[in-house]
Design a binder for this molecule. Structure first.
Ligand SMILES: [Ca+2]
Ligand SMILES: [Ca+2]
Length: 381
């Protein structure tokens, strides 16, 4: 397509400056000039003989006028147009071919795709197809949309302009859809703007990563039936895969747990320093989530580590205060008084089971050592 277009747009005129290939003396060159004239229909031919060392300035025009085209100069290579020929360059004895490079004027602009930067697995989204800065006339259009069929599912299309009619579309291969459309009324002379909505859905099982939607071919035809290729477009979407969603959800839950937790010594509170530990785990998980190069394994590992940190934190909640013998969720002299009632009890006593929680050091008796331990806890409470 590109080469065909290039040749039809550019290689309209040719000039041949040929050195003598027969018996002519090497100090002269035959010059043959042929190019399209500006009525866009006929060729003009010119034959001259030049001496080596002469230039062709006097016979080869420095500028050509042709409606709808801009003359870019003379080149040694056709179609590729890399080696420009300066008309002031003297003719040598070797064969010389010059080609005119034309740039078709009046048609510019291209296709544009816009849409969200990221979507979650399973989420629906729309991509808008537009023409921007298209300077030509547009009566019909043929575009091909290509997308990552492994991650995206095409849901449907609809026109965004009442004068833009989608005549037909066909999915020619997985992830390749061709649309044929026509323009009506004012849109025919100014086809710019948002033309078509393409609805997609990220597949529910799509892995995290980038998915692309592209215009891989776009041709707009004018009222004379001339076809103009339009530059393509591409839009990238970051897919937030199911494993990332799981990790994001865990991070959110852990964050809520962290924010609502209160450190302290009361029942229902968490030990001093435990929130910082949980927060470190949350930050680590968030870093893995935010890192675009995180692998599936990284994400699953981060999720497991965060689950473990949440479990440790949850298990650390204070449900019982050792030494709180009067059950008022505090350590105070009332607890010491309750203990004092059991002073001297041993595991040999029949009511040991009822009082054994007062045996702080586990030596099967409640004595001054236990009372000292509780007293210290009360003082430090
Ligand atoms: Ca108490
Ligand atoms: Ca004891």
């Amino acid at each position: 397509m590109g080469k065909r277009l290039l040749s039809c747009m550019l290689a309209i005129a040719m000039v041949f400056i040929m050195a003598n290939t027969h018996a002519m003396a090497a100090d002269r060159a035959s010059v043959f000039v042929m190019f399209w004239n500006n009525d866009d229909a006929k060729t003009v031919s010119l034959f001259e003989t030049k001496h080596v060392g002469d230039t062709v300035e006097d016979i080869v025009p420095a500028d050509l006028i042709r409606e709808g085209y801009t003359f870019d100069g003379w080149y040694l290579d056709n179609e590729t147009f890399v080696n420009k020929w300066d008309l002031k360059t003297p003719v040598t004895g070797t064969n010389l071919f010059l080609f005119a490079k034309w740039i078709k004027s009046g048609i510019s602009g291209g296709s544009v795709l816009t849409g969200p930067g990221s979507v979650s697995a399973g989420e629906a989204f729309d991509i808008t197809y537009s023409l921007k800065d298209y300077s030509g006339e547009g009566l019909a259009q043929d575009i091909t949309v290509s997308f990552d069929a492994g991650k995206l599912e095409f849901v449907g299309s609809s026109s965004l302009d009442e004068d833009f009619i989608i005549v037909d579309h066909k999915e020619s291969a997985p992830g390749v859809i061709r649309f044929l459309s026509i323009f009506l009324d004012d849109l025919q002379t100014g086809p710019d703007g948002s033309l078509m909505k393409l609805s997609f859905k990220a597949k529910a099982d799509a892995a995290s990563g980038q998915a692309d939607v592209k215009i891989t071919n776009a041709v707009v035809a004018d009222g004379a039936g001339a076809e103009h290729e339009v530059s393509g477009a591409s839009h990238s979407i970051e897919i937030i895969g199911v494993e990332k969603l799981t990790l994001a959800e865990l991070i959110e839950q852990a964050g809520t747990l962290h924010d609502n937790a209160v450190e302290g010594k009361q029942v229902g509170q968490y030990p001093a320093g435990s929130k910082a530990v949980l927060n470190t785990a949350i930050v680590a998980a968030q870093q893995v989530l935010n890192n675009p190069s995180s692998t599936l394994t990284d994400i699953e590992q981060a999720a497991n580590q965060l689950r473990q940190a949440v479990k440790v934190f949850s298990d650390s909640v204070i449900v019982y205060i050792p030494g709180d013998y009067n059950d008022d969720d505090q350590l105070s002299v009332g607890d010491l008084a309750v203990m004092a009632k059991s002073y001297g009890k041993t595991s040999a006593d029949p009511d040991w089971d009822l009082v054994k929680s007062g045996d702080m050091n586990g030596d099967n008796k409640i004595d001054i050592e236990d009372l000292v331990l509780v007293a210290r806890m009360i003082i430090e409470w």
